[in-house]
Design a protein around this ligand. Structure first.
Ligand code: SAM
Length: 336
């Protein structure tokens, strides 16, 4: 009797176990939900092009190494040249000269960027500490450098980096050696602390104080020559690779639903913080036309209706042409 009861229990438990496994199998990870969403949404938006875009998103990033100009940079440059890496800006200049592409754009001369060859998506080894306690280079997704080029920074520019953490772009801006100062903002103090720690490991403290604190700007919020607004977004590639804190998780569904509104507010704020004749760069890590063109058009229409001032969209074709050795750009895009 007892045995019988037990075996019924066992059968019941086995049945339950199968049910649970089935449910676990059915429960999709946030990464899978992201892929399903992208397949549906980008599949219909980009048509055939989505197949290669999808492949690119599911493979590794194209890393590039940014030499630290504040610490023993000659030795770091020599190290990269010895290790079969390409000095990106010098290489592209020669490549386009050969093709008579006549690219007259002045890129920041001091940015020392190295990369493995086109299509080689290896990661760099970890940066090393130099004798002065600063790291020799910073490794980043090469595509993240494009918004910094788009800023077209000139000497003594004042720059607002409105969504700055974790700070790859801030560091690249500072490595141009051009700005007078850079104001870093972020909604999260924890992330700003992380940014400060990162900058301190690349830039001597006295230099950092001069560049990052801007007493001359005071509280005037409309004074910046350049404003970078690298907004929070669906972070598409990241969402396909990492489940932790994924924006496609149930816990973040509300945030995802309101992301376009947040982006619109941030771009509006960026425009209001920029000087007359200044430059604003709006960037996302998303392929979504809603988060890109959608936000830009909403804000442009708003300012046009208000007719407070005139906003002109600058074509960025020169960036596409210049970097097309290392990256493949989609033609489906209105802006870049
Ligand atoms: C895509 S990340 C920025 C990446 C950064 N520019 C870089 O290159 O490392 C977006 C950042 O925006 C911040 N953020 C979100 N809402 C914000 C707001 N209302 N104002 C300022 N920053 C915000 C997030 O905390 C996050 O650090």
């Amino acid at each position: 009797m007892y045995k019988f009861k037990n075996s019924i229990g066992l059968i019941f438990q086995r049945g339950l176990h199968k049910e649970v496994i089935k449910k676990i199998k059915e429960k999709k990870s946030s990464k899978n939900l992201a892929l399903e969403y992208f397949d549906f949404f980008y599949g219909s938006t980009y048509g055939k092009e989505w197949h290669s875009m999808r492949l690119a998103m599911l493979t590794g990033k194209k890393y590039m190494a940014l030499v630290n100009n504040f610490s023993n940079f000659i030795e770091t440059g020599a190290y990269f040249e010895k290790n079969a890496t390409i000095d990106v800006l010098k290489f592209l200049q020669k490549y386009h000269d050969k093709q008579n592409s006549h690219l007259n754009q002045n890129f920041p001369k001091n940015l020392n960027i190295f990369s493995f060859d086109s299509g080689d998506c290896r990661d760099f080894s970890k940066p090393k500490l130099n004798f002065d306690g600063l790291f020799n280079y910073y490794c980043m997704d090469g595509a993240s450098l494009l918004p910094v080029f788009a800023l077209d920074i000139k000497k003594e520019d004042t720059i607002l980096d409105l969504c700055s953490s974790p700070g790859g772009k801030t560091l690249a801006i500072l490595q141009t050696l051009l700005p007078k100062n850079v104001i870093c903002r972020d909604i999260s103090q924890g992330r700003l602390d992380r940014l400060t720690r990162m900058l301190k490991s690349y830039i001597p403290e006295n230099e950092l104080i001069k560049k990052i604190n801007a007493p001359s700007l005071g509280s005037n919020e409309e004074n910046f020559d350049r404003v970078l607004v690298d907004v929070p977004c669906t972070n598409d590639r990241h969402s396909l690779h990492i489940d932790v804190n994924n924006i496609f998780s149930k816990a973040r569904s509300e945030e995802r639903a309101t992301i376009q509104k947040k982006q619109t507010e941030l771009l509006t704020q960026a425009i209001l913080s920029c000087k007359l004749n200044g430059t604003i760069v709006y960037s996302t890590c998303s392929l979504s036309p809603i988060q890109n063109e959608g936000v830009v058009n909403t804000v442009l229409n708003f300012f046009e209706a208000e007719s407070k001032f005139y906003l002109k969209i600058e074509p960025l074709d020169y960036l596409k042409n210049y970097f097309d050795y290392f990256f493949t750009f989609s033609n489906a895009y209105l802006y870049v």
